[in-house]
Design a protein around this ligand. Structure first.
Ligand code: NAD
Length: 374
């Protein structure tokens, strides 16, 4: 049986619900292999950690929330009570390095403002812990390199918080796109939300490293890469900020277009609007996710009709997958090298935008892809 029709047949009949539900089998690991659950410590108890990651860690099979790192005293008692965390597993930013002596903690999950990712990833690695670092991996390629080296030197695994690689809707985009089930394509993607609080670290260059591109646009560039299953070779970008008074340190809106070996991808991201989609315009018609990047309520369609996939808790599957990587000593789908690749593209987007949309080569792009062809 030829590869493309066979893959298409699988999707039409059953969707890809099995990808999330049967993750342990896909990784060749059964929960019966080992009774130990790995302990995770969350560093930075802000919106994402409290709203998504901690609740997800109640749903994981191979790991659990064992510790916290916070600079806010009041959060200690709240979290300790809510998640049954013993006092010995509660750290602050000063005594964080003592986590090295804590056998309950196997994985440190960095959920701090972007500019702090590098320091805490490196400190966690030096403390002998595996690390998940939120996106964007860092605010510069240089920092990404240091983070990778620190984890390698410590013999520890490093994964980036790219939850959508574990989301069945986005996985279907990867599989259908990479296998060109509907033929060749060009892509469009946009992600935006309105940000109006001037005190948020997200609009301070020193804390965020950039504006919506670092925060939201990274999903668009990721989505186009994993749907094409190719690395972009060049790009152009233009700053489209509307409110320069408010966005005086970072861009408010930015557009860019990436050229891939087999097509183009136009992307836009903004803190001055609201949208979230990824579209592949294929030879057979439109393949689309909209909304594409949120935690739940995603919707997808293909030229053959609506995507029928079973949603999962993206964060629970993502963190469990990393725990399995550690338990089985297998590589993560979303390693530090992928975070570096994306920071490299982001730097090139800013370089082009600074030159009013000049074409910029991506000849030094790290060669890393999440391929789902097999
Ligand atoms: P947030 O502002 O809600 O939380 C940041 C946390 O860092 C807070 O608890 C804050 O107290 C702490 N912190 C420590 N030192 C700080 C300092 N000097 N200045 C500001 N805060 C400091 O932010 P968030 O939305 O939780 O985002 C945190 C990270 O997670 C970011 O890197 C972001 O990109 C990422 N994130 C990822 C996703 C995803 O879907 N993967 C979603 C949201 C956020």
């Amino acid at each position: 049986m030829k590869r493309r029709p066979f893959i298409k047949q699988i999707f039409q009949v059953s969707g890809v619900a099995w990808l999330g539900a049967e993750l342990p089998l896909m990784y060749g690991y059964s929960p019966r292999d080992k009774d130990k659950k790995l302990g995770v410590a969350l560093v930075g108890l802000g919106n994402y950690a409290s709203g998504q990651l901690a609740p997800a860690l109640l749903e994981t099979t191979h790991c659990y929330l064992a510790g916290i790192v916070t600079g806010t005293k009041a959060k200690e008692a709240d979290w300790s009570k809510k998640y049954n965390i013993p006092e010995k597993n509660i750290y602050n930013y000063k005594n964080f390095d003592a986590i090295a002596d804590n056998k309950d903690i196997d994985i440190v999950y960095i959920v701090l403002p972007n500019s702090m990712h590098a320091e805490y990833t490196i400190r966690a690695a030096k403390a002998g812990k595996h690390v998940i670092c939120e996106k964007p991996m860092a605010t510069s390629v240089e920092d990404c390199k240091k983070m990778i080296t620190a984890c390698k030197d410590a013999g520890k695994k490093l994964s980036i918080g790219y939850r959508l690689h574990f989301d069945p809707f986005n996985e279907q985009m990867m599989l259908l796109g990479q296998n060109r089930v509907f033929g060749e394509m060009n892509m469009e993607s946009g992600f935006a939300f309105n940000l109006s609080d001037p005190n948020r670290w997200r609009i301070k260059k020193s804390m965020a490293g950039g504006g919506p591109l670092m925060d939201l646009g990274i999903y668009c560039l990721q989505g186009c890469i994993y749907t094409f299953g190719e690395l972009p070779v060049s790009l152009w970008a233009k700053d489209l900020t509307k409110n320069h008074d408010f966005f005086d340190e970072v861009e408010g809106t930015i557009e860019w277009e990436m050229t891939f070996p087999s097509g183009k991808a136009y992307c836009i991201t903004s803190y001055e609007d609201r949208y979230g989609y990824i579209t592949a315009n294929t030879e057979k018609g439109e393949m689309k996710l909209s909304p594409a990047f949120i935690y739940n309520g995603l919707k997808g369609s293909t030229p053959d009709g609506p995507m029928t996939v079973k949603p999962v808790n993206q964060q629970a599957v993502q963190i469990d997958a990393f725990a399995i990587n550690i338990l089985k000593n297998t590589p993560t789908l979303v390693p530090g090298e992928m975070g570096l690749r994306d920071n490299y593209i982001i730097e090139k987007i800013y370089e082009s935008a600074a030159k009013q949309g000049a074409e910029v080569s991506l000849k030094d792009i790290p060669n890393i892809l999440d391929l789902r062809k097999d």
